[in-house]
Structures are given as structure tokens and as C-alpha cells.
Design a binder for this molecule. Structure first.
Ligand code: HSE
Length: 398
């Protein structure tokens, strides 16, 4: 019998309990043992839940119970998730989480502590919801040289953008729908401002480089500034707009960012719609590979958490785990180069295309969409500064 404790009984925690119960035969067969949800820790009581009798409010009962071998932390937030994780690992319990904030902030420390104590720390559900991406990146493609990992990492924003592009739905009403469906963070600012995608980008970048960048150093833009005109300009280009997190590890340089990107219709990421997420890995000699699936929601996230539980139950102390080291040494945002879309008024687009050679111009209602060749952020900013022009929109092109 494997006794587990679930910390947090919200969307994910209750989804985990439901999956373990509903799929008892499958999980017992794969995990090789019966699973007993011995405790559910939450501030609230759940009198109507089938797990009402396991609900406790005092973490020390869990950490001091030698029968509990696995703690599933699905509370979200950094604290007390950090303190609870440290205490569990030091007590010789494996920890599984879906909490990207705590992994992005302290993953290096937890992985080292797990190793020291001969237990596992796993976080498949922290990136891409239900998509198996972290384990395959470690176990199946880690032998490649990975130069870039990029993805649509937030289901809420992808849902909103899809509704705006495909159905002309307003931003606010699409956000409300995403919240109702249980995709959004408790504070949806973390979704729409790109913070959630930034945490996941930090984790993916650490997986390809071993270096955990502070999220505060990762240039992050959300989707709140995307206008109807940008949607029509992208459509005219045969493209769409996606919130993309990118981690690049090339020629000894490391770089990460999160921002809306114009993604041409021919690229695999352009077809990722609704709450679906995708992570594309560029690897040598493998080439491009893309992981795709539901990035949020109770069932999908529970699937990844319980997948980790299966691994912990069958691997014992022999978990295949990455090593993360905190690192602040990365290419500056000014040095990052890409093509850019600039939405410019009729009076100013001429000055820009005179200054930047080989731009493409698309007429878009009462403004012009100027597509630049590849140019660095710093160089473009200084040209716009010199011309004293602030574009109505500025979106990078993937
Ligand atoms: N709020 C997140 C999303 C949940 O929308 O993707 C999964 O991390």
C-alpha cells in the first residue's frame, strides 16, 4: 500500500483524487501497488466530498507520519508550498507538484534536496498541463543537443486568442469563459500578463541548459495590448498571434523571453488552438519535435500528476532527475534579433521604411503594417527613438 497526501483540494487536487479513484485498476496496475489517499490538506472542509474524512488542516500530521511516502503539492503559490516541500523532502518523502511558481523559484534547491535524501522531486504537470513533456525531454531526447525550446504554455491566453481570431469574441468575455472552465489562475493577471508562461519558460530553459534563470530577468509581455487591427494584420499575413515562451541555448549563450509572436500558418505552433498547449523542441540530430495536448484543466493536469506518481512508485529512489543551477548570466533583450511587425500611422511608416531597408508593407485599414527584416531589439528601439515614433503595436515574428 502506498500512502499519499494531497496538499490543496482545488481544481487540481480534487482532480488527482478523482483520477486515482475512478481509474483504480489502471493506476494499481501501472504503479504496482494500491494507493491510499491518507490525507487531504486544505484550509477548507469538504463535507460533501467522498474524501471528507481525510481532510486535515495541520501539515505536521503529514510530515510526521512515516507511512506517507509521497506528498502531492498542488496548492499553487510559493508559500507555504516552499516550506512544505522542503519539510517533506527532508523527511524522506517524494514530492510531486503541478506548481510552476515554486518550481521556477526553487526547483534547483528541491532537486538537490531530493537527491540528498534519496527521494524524488517531480513536476511534469508544471509545464503543459497534461502533456508529457518534461519526462520525455529528460529521458527520451536528452541525448540531443537542444538549441531551443519554445511553446504555447498558457491555456487561458491561447483560449482567449483563439476566440478572438476565430470567433471575433471580445477579450473580456473569452477570459470569463476560460475562468469558468477552470483554466485560469486564481488571479488571471498571471495568465494574461504572461507571468505563468514565464515561469514555465524558466523551467523549460533550465531543462535544456541546466540553468534556472530568475523569472524577473526574463523579458515578459502578455496579451493585453493585442488590438483588433493586429488580428486583421496577422490574418492578412496568413498568420496568427500566439503567446510564445522561448528558451534558447546556442553558441554558449542563453536567452529566454515570453511575448506574443506572429506565427505563420505553416508553422506547427500556429495550429495549436483553444486550451491546447504545445512545446516544440529543436534538437540535434533529432530535428524539430512537438509535444501537444491540453495545457490546463482538472483532468489533464491530474493525468500528469498521477503519471509522476506512477514513476515514483516504480522507480524507488532511482528517479531520473535533472540538475538545475541558478544562473543570471544571459543574453540581454537588446541583443535578441527577430523580424518585427510594427503597426504605424500613415504619417510615419514612410520614415521607418526609409531607415530600415527591405521592409514589407501591408495596408491595414487606417494604418500600415510594416514587417522588418531580422533586426535586434536594441537597434530597432534606437531607430524608433531617433525618429520619435511609437508604433501602435509592436509584435515579433517567429
Ligand atoms: N492558468 C494556467 C493556464 C493553468 O491557463 O495554462 C495551467 O498551468
Amino acid at each position: 500500500m502506498t500512502n499519499i497526501a494531497i496538499l490543496g483540494f482545488g481544481v487540481v487536487g480534487s482532480g488527482v483524487a478523482k483520477l486515482i479513484t475512478d481509474n483504480k485498476n489502471e493506476v494499481t496496475k501501472l504503479g504496482g501497488d494500491d494507493i491510499n489517499i491518507k490525507y487531504v490538506l486544505d484550509l477548507r472542509d469538504f463535507p460533501d466530498s467522498p474524501f471528507a474524512d481525510r481532510v486535515i488542516h495541520d501539515y505536521s500530521a503529514i510530515v510526521n507520519d512515516p507511512d506517507v511516502s509521497v506528498v502531492i503539492e498542488v496548492m499553487g503559490g510559493s508559500h507555504p508550498a516552499y516550506e512544505y516541500t522542503v519539510a517533506a523532502l527532508k523527511a524522506g518523502k517524494s514530492v510531486i507538484t503541478s506548481n510552476k511558481e515554486v518550481v521556477a523559484n526553487f526547483g534547483d534547491e528541491f532537486l538537490a534536496l531530493a537527491k540528498e535524501n534519496g527521494v524524488c522531486y517531480r513536476f511534469e504537470a508544471a509545464v503543459g498541463g497534461g502533456i508529457p513533456v518534461i519526462s520525455p525531454m529528460i529521458s527520451c531526447i536528452g541525448q540531443n543537443k537542444i538549441t531551443e525550446v519554445r511553446g504555447i504554455l498558457n491555456g487561458t491566453t491561447n483560449y482567449i486568442l483563439t476566440q478572438m481570431f476565430t470567433y471575433g469574441q471580445s477579450f473580456d468575455s473569452a477570459l470569463r469563459d476560460a475562468q469558468k472552465k477552470g483554466y485560469a489562475e486564481s488571479n488571471p493577471d498571471a495568465d494574461i500578463l504572461g507571468t505563468d508562461a514565464c515561469r514555465k519558460t524558466a523551467i523549460l530553459t533550465a531543462l535544456i541548459s541546466g540553468k534556472l534563470l530568475p523569472t524577473s530577468k526574463i523579458h515578459t509581455e502578455g496579451i493585453t495590448k493585442i488590438r483588433d487591427n493586429d488580428v486583421s494584420a496577422a490574418s492578412k499575413m496568413g498568420a496568427t498571434i500566439k503567446l510564445v515562451g522561448r528558451g534558447i541555448s546556442k553558441d554558449g549563450e542563453l536567452f529566454a523571453m515570453v511575448a506574443p509572436f506572429i506565427v505563420s500558418g505553416g508553422m506547427p505552433l500556429s495550429g495549436v488552438s483553444g486550451v491546447y498547449n504545445a512545446v516544440e523542441v529543436i534538437a540535434d540530430p533529432l530535428g524539430n519535435v512537438m509535444f501537444y495536448g491540453q495545457g490546463a484543466g482538472a483532468g489533464a493536469t491530474a493525468s500528469a500528476v498521477v503519471g509522476d506518481l506512477m514513476q515514483v512508485m516504480t522507480s524507488g529512489t532511482n528517479c531520473s532527475a535533472p540538475v538545475f543551477k541558478k544562473c543570471e548570466d544571459m543574453l540581454s533583450f537588446d541583443e535578441f534579433s527577430s523580424k518585427h511587425y510594427l503597426a504605424l500611422c500613415k504619417g510615419c511608416y514612410g520614415k521607418v521604411i526609409e531607415k530600415i531597408q527591405n521592409c514589407t508593407v501591408i495596408e491595414n485599414g487606417d494604418e500600415y503594417a510594416v514587417i522588418t527584416p531580422v533586426i535586434s531589439e536594441g537597434e530597432l528601439a534606437s531607430i524608433l527613438d531617433e525618429l520619435d515614433i511609437t508604433p501602435k503595436s509592436h509584435i515579433r515574428i517567429l
